[in-house]
Design a protein around this ligand. Structure first.
Ligand code: TTP
Ligand code: CA
Length: 347
């Protein structure tokens, strides 16, 4: 498996159209410059990371760490255009491919020899550099999880191949947070049981892990023991589908569901007609100061169910908007899409 993850992606895209920023410490955040301190950092360049700045940090705090920080507001449609061009390059290699985020994808190399896989990795890196002037990091290993971990360890602008027989050594002393998908909740629970490293997780009682985390607990136990059963789920060429609507002034926030429901119905109809299934459902709100907020729910399996979209929308709305923070626009989006052409049922 070969895993590609672009370096400091949104900020790297900004360097393309603002060459004067290249190599500088700058950030990309959610809010317009006038109200930037109310938002959060979406990403920052590696020079900015030297000051302790990170994705997800409040912009106000980032400015405490570096008062003369350069700030840009995110322009997602521009980044998505660049992302499509990168995926076109990856697709041209004709391997089975899964798109995992705006700047990440995995290619299934089958049983390629290590030397061939490495040469392919360098070829991909060079093409992305020559054609897009962007740095990609590449990890090659057995399974998506270990390829992603190799990629993370190679950053920035790296390429790392971990052979099957090297995996256990490679992972054993890493913190559990190095396993993709371990968030604050799972990580916190494991830490409370004194499981801090992947090596410690490998020795935990698998039945306990299953009791705490269900089938995810079993996946974690296997991964910690060097087993990765993840398969490539071939991605659609379409990254996401969305619908949005302007909210009338003084609209009752309790009635936002009534705006989103017909949008969701239209969206799911569109997905079914395009023979697409989705895994991620997001609701986006644009506030009066034009700052935006997006909250998502990722399902365990691909789906085309309107019911699940509406359930996700219902649970996200209260987290996103409140009476004190009225939204001017609201939208719903489905992403992590796969083509189901050739499949008989959509379930
Ligand atoms: P990442 O791949 O997590 O980060 P990155 O590409 O900026 O940096 P690197 O991979 O070199 O560590 O995310 C890809 C893009 O997604 C990122 O450029 C901005 C966006 N993003 C957010 O909007 N919010 C977030 O909390 C994160 C983590 C990323
Ligand atoms: Ca990235």
């Amino acid at each position: 498996m070969l895993y590609v993850d672009m370096d400091y992606f949104y900020a790297a895209c900004e360097e393309l159209r603002h060459p004067e920023l290249r190599g500088k410490a700058f950030v990309v955040g959610t809010s317009p410059p006038e109200t930037k301190e109310s938002g959060v950092i979406q990403t920052c360049t590696y020079p900015a990371r030297k000051f302790g700045i990170k994705s997800g940090m409040s912009t106000a705090f980032a400015f405490k760490l570096k008062p003369d920080l350069i700030y840009l507001q995110a322009d997602e449609p521009y980044y998505e255009g660049i992302s499509q061009k990168i995926f076109d390059i990856l697709r041209s290699y004709k391997y089975k491919m899964e798109i995992l985020s705006v700047d990440e994808a995995a290619l299934d190399l089958g049983d390629s020899e290590y030397d061939k896989a490495k040469a392919l990795g360098f070829s991909i890196k060079n093409r992305i550099k020559n054609e897009m002037n962007l740095d990609a990091s590449i990890g090659i290993s057995y399974g998506k999880v270990f390829a992603k971990m190799a990629c993370d360890a190679s950053k920035p602008n790296g390429l790392l191949l971990i052979k099957k027989e090297e995996i256990l050594d490679f992972i054993k002393d890493k913190p559990i947070s190095a396993l993709p998908g371990i968030g604050r909740k799972t990580g916190g629970k494991l830490k409370s049981m004194n499981i801090n490293t992947i090596g410690e997780l490998a020795k935990a009682n698998p039945l306990k892990l299953i009791e705490w985390f269900g089938s995810y607990g079993s996946d974690l136990y296997q991964q910690a023991n060097g087993i990765d059963n993840s398969r490539i789920e071939e991605s659609s060429t379409i990254l996401s589908l969305s619908r949005e609507k302007v909210i009338p002034p003084n609209f009752d926030p309790d009635a936002l569901y009534d705006i989103l429901k017909p949008l969701a119905e239209d969206l799911v109809k569109d997905a079914i007609s395009k023979k697409l299934m989705f895994k991620t459902i997001s609701v986006k709100a644009v506030f009066q100061d034009y700052s935006t907020s997006v909250k998502s729910i990722t399902l365990n399996n691909y789906s085309s169910s309107l019911e699940l979209v509406l359930k996700a929308v219902r649970s996200i709305i209260p987290k996103l908007v409140s009476e004190t923070r009225p939204a001017r626009k609201i939208g719903v989006r489905i992403s992590s899409l796969i083509d189901v052409k050739g499949q008989k049922t959509l379930f």
